[in-house]
Design a protein around this ligand. Structure first.
Ligand code: GLN
Length: 308
């Protein structure tokens, strides 16, 4: 099926109307107090093709907390800076465990299974804290550059809210340090991690930001963000690990590389074709947006545009 023959605007509208008319199952994340305040009724999506065709629906221009979606951005920056050396410190295997699990670290000697579970993302943050001159500022500059949007900010309120209850992430960071796989002070690494997760974006901004994984001609300042090989690898890790212990299910139902966050956002990428972002705060028991999964499943079914 050719990209141009599909009326994406009509497809988005149809799916949105169907999903919104059905039950909104799941629960808004409450373990971060600030996230518990977000209305469960928010629902939006933005489609952006590599040919710059853009369509949005619902709350597609409202900011939300991107949370773990930011882990793709930190991974891409660390990979850009250090290359394949990062794989000495974090694996590329699906964990089959929840996003904040500690259990595998003992037998894996402090090398997290992949960069998208919290343990792995914290190791990537440690790398960035070591490599960047002003870690938080430089990371934000990178995100602003690839999204081409100067308005992107951390939410100090959300970062502080998570830090105030972030016992599990503190445990993860300290435990990994005991194996020697965190080189900086845990407090500095966690401050970076909580801020990174607190970034706020709209569906529209996220689709634009993730275009560097869909369009190999994408560049900033005349330079590719990542090489074709590195882009392939990031997409591969999103495909196998982007949804924690629901990565197989997402692959099965949607058939695209993607990444979710506990703010209720999901970004999915069709390499060479498009990026699509959905936001709906209620999460299923695996911590992924209930309506987001449904929406994307319908989208790739109706358009027949999954990677498979
Ligand atoms: N900041 C969140 C946490 O560490 C991110 C988790 C997520 O989005 N899955 O718990």
């Amino acid at each position: 099926m050719e990209l141009k023959t599909i009326n994406y605007k009509a497809v988005l509208k149809d799916i949105y109307q169907t999903v919104v008319s059905e039950e909104n199952n799941g629960t808004v994340a409450t373990y971060i107090p600030e996230l518990a305040k977000v209305s469960a009724d928010n629902f939006g999506a933005c489609f952006l093709s590599t040919e710059h065709e853009e369509h949005g629906i619902g709350d597609w221009q409202k900011k939300f907390s991107i949370q773990s979606i930011s882990k793709v951005l930190s991974l891409s920056l660390a990979y850009k800076i250090l290359g394949d050396r990062i794989w000495d410190r974090v694996g590329v295997e699906p964990s089959g465990t929840s996003f904040n699990s500690l259990v595998q670290l003992e037998s894996d000697h402090g090398i997290p299974r992949n960069p998208f579970i919290n343990a792995g993302a914290i190791v990537i943050c440690d790398i960035l804290v070591s490599e960047l001159k002003n870690p938080k500022e430089d990371f934000l500059t990178y995100v602003r550059e690839i999204s081409n949007c100067d308005q992107i900010q951390f939410s100090e309120t959300v970062a502080k809210s998570e830090a105030s209850v972030g016992y599990r992430n503190k445990a993860l960071c300290n435990y990994i340090k005991s194996f020697g796989n965190i080189t900086n002070h845990p407090e500095q690494v966690l401050d970076f991690y909580f801020n990174m997760c607190s970034i706020e974006m709209t569906c529209q901004e996220l689709s634009k930001t993730f275009m560097f994984l869909a369009n190999t001609n994408f560049n900033i300042k005349g330079e590719n963000v990542l090489s074709i090989s590195k882009t392939k690898r990031i997409n591969a890790i999103m495909q196998t690990c982007g949804f924690y212990d629901e990565s197989g299910e997402f692959s099965f139902r949607v058939g695209l590389p993607g990444k979710s966050g506990v703010g209720g956002g999901i970004v999915a990428v069709h390499p060479g074709r498009y990026c699509i972002t959905v936001w709906s705060p209620k999460l299923n028991e695996k911590g992924n947006s209930y309506r987001g999964m449904k929406f994307l499943e319908s989208f790739t079914t109706v358009t027949e545009l999954s990677i498979f």
